[in-house]
Design a protein around this ligand. Sequence first.
Ligand code: UFG
Length: 315
Amino acid sequence: MRVLVAGGAGYIGSVVTAALLAGGHEVTVLDDLSTGHADAVPEGAAFVRASLHDSAPVLADVRPEAVLHFAAKSLVGVSQTQPEDYWHTNVGGSLALLEAMRAVDCRRIVFSSTAATYGEPDAVPITEDAPTRPTNTYGASKLAVDHMLTSYAVAHGFAAVSLRYFNVAGAGFGRGERHAVETHLIPIALQVAAGTRDAITVFGEDYPTPDGTCIRDYVHVLDLADAHLLALPAPAPGEHRIYNLGNGTGFSVRQVVDAVREVTGHPVPVVVGARRAGDPAQLVASSERIRADLGWDPQHAELTTMVRDAWALVS
Ligand code: UFG
């Protein structure tokens, strides 16, 4: 298929682009490089530097049969202090992209949604039928696009899939997390193991969990890539599907730090700090729906595998 990957110079987008190329797809990456890296775009993909707001001429030129949409601002903390950026890029940019698609009669899309659309869950594991009550602007902006896709499916015959990622980790095709400002647990713990950072601050040890630290569901970026390839052809015109992507097993912050110590063989000093605003105590996915519908079968579900693959690029 001829596909356009919006946000293909970022961590997840570049890995999925490599997987699409390996699967025989023809890929053009659109990215404004606000957080991505030009050298992350895999060889074999065309690259156009443009923002979502300026995507119309690019789509008119490329004439894609489908779009995979990863381009977004994704820092939960910043979304609380600069919400305008999140509404402008994540919602306004997505609307511009959907209109650019409609203008060239391209109506198939896979969208990167997030567990943050659910907010604090009533129960875990979280199914797709759980209430969506985001606790931050980032999650709210992604949920708005999910709603946008439902209405574009109904009104304009779009074939859409929202993939709600839980905590993405690991590396693939030689690509891993490389953020200018790193906020994620595993890359920060690896920086401590590598000696480029002194200690990791655990954000709160008084949560209602067995060891008092937050529990998250980690999913390997290569398993995520598989899910995108399965999702791409799945929906019929007029259909918007939503799937959670996680492994159904939660690990606490302390357990993740222990896994980093085990894999790297280095000490990882920990400092206990205050809670981070907006962090739910526990986010664990039920991904039964995508397993049943599309046969998704994660091959790298072990936390140590994710840490090892990420460490291989750092060390
Ligand atoms: N944490 C620490 N210290 C750190 C960094 C993180 O204790 O230095 C803790 C966090 O408080 C949290 C856990 O580690 O409890 C995981 O934090 P991350 O920042 O790695 O990931 P989040 O769970 O906050 O967020 C990730 C994505 C979001 C997405 C969310 C959905 O970054 O984009 O998963 O679950 F919305």
